[in-house]
Design a protein around this ligand. Structure first.
Ligand code: ZN
Length: 325
């Protein structure tokens, strides 16, 4: 690879939007863009949209030649065959050979990765996890996902589903989860969960009167907690309680001590950081709570919604390195 005159493109293929960036070797963004995915219009339309965005990003990146494309895809993937095994955001795409189809459309090598795993690598490259060889990125959005890095490499698992911390069981008989099970971390730590818990807590404390209209979003709820509304504050404490248990479980299983929080709910990190750290420390194995408070590091991600596309681009560099290029 002639490294100075080339670029890579990272694509974050979401169910609603396709985000992409052309990047140089240092992680500098040369150009970026975002277009609608149009899943409902079918596979060909989505592929055309991906290829069109890549062509536009190339044009805007100052005449550099494209070395490869990294594609972050939500769901379970078959890395050997380059297929989507199953993705809730792309119904009807089971077994779709996404890697070869995009390669055919753009004419350069394509690397695929789970979107949360790609985001973890983005944070490791130029974000909050630089120099960390072992950490879990936890995405707190409408759902809860994760990307796991062990010994400096992504741990994808046998079918790309590793790091799905959102479906770790926290309370076996807890509320139903979108995955079909009950009591998963996701039903306590997602934005959806915060809104639900706020309604529950409001009814418990205030009876039948409706909760404030702004509490229909987690950011509205965060605003109320910011102003020390006792019910809103209690909801964030409850969320921290369960997320702390989840983090301690991961720390105890893997002996890793760094956790990076991203996604919309992480914007309210200052509202739940203290109880979260205390709860994680309380359940940590083999350390006193005082030691655990110092050793278990929980911090916010730095790259926001750009982490996935940046990490996907970086995976092209890493794949080239592994191939000895
Ligand atoms: Zn679940």
């Amino acid at each position: 690879m002639d490294r100075l005159s080339t670029c890579v493109i990272g694509i974050d293929l979401g169910g609603t939007y396709i985000k992409g960036a052309a990047l140089d070797l240092t992680g500098q963004i040369l150009s970026e863009g975002k277009i609608a995915t149009e899943v409902a219009q079918g596979q060909e339309r989505v592929l055309n949209n991906v290829a069109g965005l890549i062509a536009d990003l190339c044009k805007m990146s100052g005449g550099r030649s494209l070395a490869g494309v990294g594609l972050g895809v939500p769901g379970a993937l078959d890395f050997k065959e380059g297929r989507i095994i199953e993705s809730p955001n792309f119904p009807g795409w089971d077994n779709f050979p996404i890697r070869s189809q995009v390669e055919k459309a753009v004419g350069v090598p394509v690397v695929i990765e789970n979107d949360a795993s790609a985001a973890a690598m983005g944070e490791r490259w130029v974000g909050a996890a630089q120099n960390l060889d072992n950490f879990l990125l936890i995405t707190l959005g409408t759902g809860v996902g994760g990307g796991l890095v062990l010994d400096g490499r992504l741990w994808s698992g046998e079918t790309g589903k590793a790091g799905e911390v959102g479906h770790m069981k926290i309370t076996p008989d807890g509320p139903p989860c979108g995955c079909g099970s009950t009591g998963c971390l996701e039903v306590y730590a997602s934005s959806t969960a915060l809104v639900r818990m706020a309604q529950e807590e409001w009814r418990r404390v205030e009876g039948n009167a409706a909760a404030p209209a702004a509490w229909i979003t987690s950011s509205g709820l965060a605003d109320a907690a910011e102003q020390h509304h006792p019910i809103a504050e209690a909801v964030f404490r409850k969320m921290a309680y369960y997320l702390g248990i989840g983090i301690a479980n991961v720390a105890n299983l893997l002996d890793i001590h760094h956790f990076i929080l991203s996604g919309g709910v992480s914007n309210a990190f200052h509202l739940f950081e203290k109880p979260l750290r205390q709860e994680a420390a309380r359940h940590a194995f083999g350390m006193t709570p005082e030691e655990a408070l110092k050793r278990i590091i929980i911090r916010r991600a730095l790259l926001g919604e750009s982490a996935g596309m940046i990490g996907a681009g970086h995976l092209v560099h890493l794949a080239a390195k592994n191939n000895g290029k």
